[in-house]
Design a binder for this molecule. Structure first.
Ligand code: PLP
Length: 403
């Protein structure tokens, strides 16, 4: 009997990872999702598409990004060896461009003229606006007015890159409403536009497509680590918002003897609304058209969530992570705000690398793990750089008190 490798086996044809995932959306959206799935599975595997994407990664994004041994951080802790996959060195300073370039390339094959998406903190909007500029496409980013006020620098970047930022005023005027608004805009003009989601979330085929595009991170790291050390890493650590950077580095290692740690933001504590740890505190449920682990309020609706890192405050998690968690393949882990800030300063001072606050959660957990497993190696996905966070950290956690 021929056994398919994990990445071909999951998700199944209906977009399920075990009982998680799927596409529970209105009929019109379901039709469009099916068309994208079909297009992705044919075009996305073609020679032309794959070689063009490889060219883009090499010459535009600056890939491969290095794997770096963080010797001074390791020596300071005196435990397990910490290695960093440097996604902070990817063009635009984070991993998000990996799937945005893939989604935009697919859109160009399909003859689309416009990319549509929502954004919360603005990071996905900036990455997609970059991809749209590269391909000469229009770009429409839906964003809650509350977020527009908070994330001014990213709004400016999107506009400079030529994108149109559409303010969303309904409801709480944040990410959830922006998702609805972006979906509506796409379904109103599906012939000319493509919806490009920001993480391994949403209805099938988005979690699969984004995981596949992000898996370049893990495939590179696997080869690089083996070239450096002759073996595989013992542990792999990544922060989890929706879960795209984690899915990307985990995917090629799922069938290997490596422990996979998904680091969720523990925020200010365990009370509802004080964190965004969907695996640790959530329940099985539905959000944005798919079945997964969700943080819900008393009415069963996705609840308000919090993290110091705005890229991590999503009340759900990608369906593949829910599945890997449910089957015991993935180990849930966490870091709170304070640990993330400590790691932010530790990496800055000891290695000369200012990490994104999101990525600092993964570094914080790796520092803890290094003490628990003094003879093992730990590969961290450093998902992004911290330029966007320096003012906030400097003002709220001044270096005189924290470093
Ligand atoms: C958006 C973002 C994240 C969280 O998103 P995932 O889909 O969970 O990876 C993590 N790190 C950085 C730098 C981000 O911009």
């Amino acid at each position: 009997m021929q056994v398919k490798p994990y990445l071909r086996q999951f998700p199944d044809e209906t977009g399920h990872f075990g009982r998680f995932g799927g596409a529970d959306v209105p009929p019109e959206i379901a039709r469009q999702c099916e068309r994208i799935a079909e297009a992705y599975l044919t075009i996305g595997n073609s020679y032309d598409f794959v070689s063009q994407l490889r060219e883009i990664r090499r010459h535009f994004q600056g890939r491969p990004t290095p794997v770096y041994y963080a010797k001074r951080l390791t020596d300071k802790i005196g435990g397990g060896r910490i290695y960093l996959k440097r996604e902070d060195l990817n063009h635009t300073g984070a991993h998000k461009l990996n799937h945005c370039m893939g989604e935009a390339l697919l859109a160009s094959y399909l003859g689309k003229k416009k990319l549509i998406a929502e954004t919360g903190a603005g990071q996905h909007g900036v990455a997609l606006a970059t991809a749209a500029a590269y391909f000469g496409m229009d770009c429409e980013i839906h964003m809650g007015t509350v977020d527009i006020a908070k994330q001014h620098p990213n709004v400016v970047r999107m506009e400079i890159l030529g994108a149109k930022v559409v303010p969303v005023t309904r409801g709480q005027a944040t990410l959830k409403e922006a998702v609805d608004s972006a979906f509506e805009a796409w379904v109103a003009d599906p012939e000319n536009s493509l919806y490009a989601i920001g993480s391994v979330v949403g209805p099938h085929p988005f979690p699969m497509m984004v995981r596949d595009f992000q898996s370049v991170v893990g495939f590179e790291a696997k080869e690089q680590f083996q070239q450096m050390m002759g073996v595989l890493p013992d542990n792999i650590v990544a922060c989890v918002g929706g879960g795209s950077n984690a899915a990307g580095i985990f995917a090629p290692f799922v069938e290997d003897p490596c422990t996979l740690y998904a680091v969720e933001p523990l925020g200010r504590g365990a009370e509802p609304g004080d964190n965004a740890a969907s695996l640790a505190y959530g329940h099985e449920g539905d959000i944005h058209g798919f079945h997964t682990m969700v943080l819900t309020d008393d009415d069963g609706e996705p609840s308000a969530v919090y993290s110091i890192a705005s890229g991590l405050d999503y009340p759900g998690v990608g369906p593949e992570h829910a599945y890997l968690f449910d089957t015991g393949r993935l180990t849930p882990a966490g870091a709170d705000d304070r640990q993330a800030v400590h790691a932010f300063y530790a990496l800055s001072r000891l290695e000369g690398i200012i990490p994104a606050l999101e990525s600092a959660h993964a570094v914080a957990y790796a520092m803890e793990l290094a003490q628990q497993k003094p003879h093992e190696s730990i590969l961290v996905n450093l998902s992004g750089r911290g330029d966007k966070d320096v003012d906030f950290v400097y003002d709220n956690y001044p270096p005189q008190q924290w470093a």
